[in-house]
Design a protein around this ligand. Structure first.
Ligand code: HEM
Length: 470
């Protein structure tokens, strides 16, 4: 796959960099006053703000904030080119998860794999990695196909659909079947709705200069606490039901019940199973549905390309049910997915915090700064992506990939903390496209869609498509 997840922690480099910190150049960026004024624009449209600043200050720049404002880092660095992003994502000694946004996420969702740090994270990753091997993911093929077939059947007799809604049905159906061994969409939908609201509150609180602690009973805090309690209660119920049925089953909850750390033998306790299940649910559904919706949105405006994808599906799969092996041979289909995630990366940004005074790309960065690889901007960096706005799946032909810096394309992140669900998502999405495009021709206007930015980015307007039988 495409994410450079094999990189290791580079502690030697870190030590050298720490020593070099004093010699680093000052990082360019807006003044303290302009940065503080920018906070409002950041909260409204962080991507637009980063784009404008990048044009003015370059691929690595920083916003600076007054010292000693509680909860506000003195510096937030934005990295939009591969060398800086590589440094940030591969060196887990100098750059740790943990930023105002992550702190808010942990408070809301618990210490699952997405937000934990240090030894806790290492133990969790060791324990959970065996649940995501190729063989184990391939076992979910039936679950993915069943979820997509329900959606495809629902398109019968319709001439228009809204792609985000439809793709959410595919991914919710898929992830709930994979997690709980049954179509738990009805029970899972309110969980997902609550987390969508939480995600936006979390990011707003994380980016806010002043946030009141949760125990202060403001209307906003009361709503936050209610949402969190509701989320936990619902997840506990659904996991308990799945656990009660799990004997002899092979779903993710059953596997979580059996999982243990290969080094220490430690098993997951009830709370940890709950938190990990919630993380998989949340990390897995809207990311993949956004990837699918935008792939169809782009293909819908390119009938020739869509026809070529259909020919590929017919040649590889024919009339049978697609298999995991087939999905591996749907090369053009996969490249269209990758190109859609270049232009519309569901995980458009992430963040780390510096543990020491250090440098990135030779720029001097203090301890405690928040550093954010901005995948949306990285994927449009014209040095690596000529004519960056053009949709062109050939950018992912083997020779082109070989020539490009691996850290120029990171829809699934990079380094030790890259996405554990990459294969899950790619298999699910390739199978969904195979099932749907074999039956339907999709037509869209391919125009720009306004987005809203939480922990992930999502369409903020209907993404409509006309349907005709293929
Ligand atoms: C198209 C779909 C997906 C995209 C674009 C995506 C993207 C990402 C990215 C960029 C990261 C790294 C974040 C960082 O470095 O801070 C990540 C981490 C993660 N993803 Fe995904 N993801 C997708 C699907 C999934 C699925 C299906 C699952 C689970 C079933 C999943 C579970 C996770 C988890 C648990 C982590 C944290 C890993 C760790 O820190 O060890 N993701 N994802």
């Amino acid at each position: 796959m495409t994410s450079p997840s094999d990189a290791v922690t580079d502690t030697t480099g870190a030590a050298a960099n720490d020593a070099a910190a004093a010699q680093g150049r000052p990082v360019p960026g807006p003044s303290v006053g302009a940065s503080v004024r920018g906070l409002v624009a950041m909260q409204r449209d962080v991507v637009g703000w980063v784009h404008d600043q990048r044009l003015e200050h370059g691929d690595v720049f920083a916003a600076r904030f007054p010292r000693r404002v509680p909860g506000l880092p003195s510096m937030v660095v934005y990295a939009c080119e591969p060398a800086a992003v590589r440094e940030i994502l591969t060196d887990t000694r100098r750059f740790v998860k943990g930023s105002p946004v992550y702190d808010e996420m942990s408070a809301a969702l618990g210490e699952g794999l997405l937000t934990s740090e240090g030894e806790t994270w290492r133990g969790q990753r060791r324990t959970l990695q065996p649940l995501f091997t190729r063989k184990r993911i391939d076992d979910y093929t039936e679950a993915f196909l069943a979820a997509t077939t329900v959606v495809g059947d629902g398109w019968e007799g319709r001439t228009e659909v809204e792609l985000v809604d439809e793709m959410e049905k595919v991914t919710l159906g898929s992830v709930s079947r994979a997690l709980f061994g049954t179509d738990a969409t009805a029970e899972v939908a309110p969980i997902v709705d609550a987390t969508d609201q939480l995600s936006q509150i979390t990011v707003q609180r994380g980016l806010s200069p002043v946030t009141l602690p949760r125990w202060v009973p403001t209307p906003g805090n009361r709503r936050l606490v209610r949402l969190e309690e509701d989320l936990r209660a619902r997840t506990a119920r659904i996991v308990a039901e799945a656990a009660a049925r799990s004997e002899g089953r092979d779903d993710l909850v059953a596997r979580l019940l059996e999982a243990c750390d290969p080094e220490t033998g430690a098993e997951l306790d009830h709370q940890q199973i709950l938190e990990q299940a919630l993380v998989f649910l949340l990390a897995g559904y809207d990311t993949t549905s956004t990837a699918l919706a935008f792939t169809l949105h782009e293909l819908g405006a390119r009938p020739d390309l869509q026809a070529a994808v259909r020919v590929e599906i017919e040649q590889v799969v024919g009339d049978r049910q697609p298999t995991a092996e087939d999905a591996g041979r749907l090369d053009l289909t996969r490249r269209c997915l990758l190109e859609a995630m270049r232009l519309h990366p569901p995980a458009y940004i992430t963040s780390r915090t510096t543990t020491v005074d250090t440098t990135i790309d030779g720029y001097r960065i203090p301890a405690g700064a928040v550093v954010t690889p901005v995948f949306g901007e990285l994927h449009r960096n014209a040095t690596y992506w000529p004519d960056p706005e053009r949709f062109d799946p050939d950018r992912f032909l083997p020779d082109a990939v070989e020539e490009r810096d691996r850290y120029a394309y990171l829809p699934f992140g990079g380094g030790p903390r890259s996405c554990i669900g990459e294969r899950f998502a790619m298999l699910e999405a390739s199978l969904a496209l195979a099932v749907l495009l074999r039956r339907w021709q999709v037509t869209t206007d391919g125009g720009a869609i306004p987005m809203r930015y939480g922990i992930t980015q999502r369409a903020d307007a209907p993404v409509r498509a006309e349907l005709t039988p293929a």
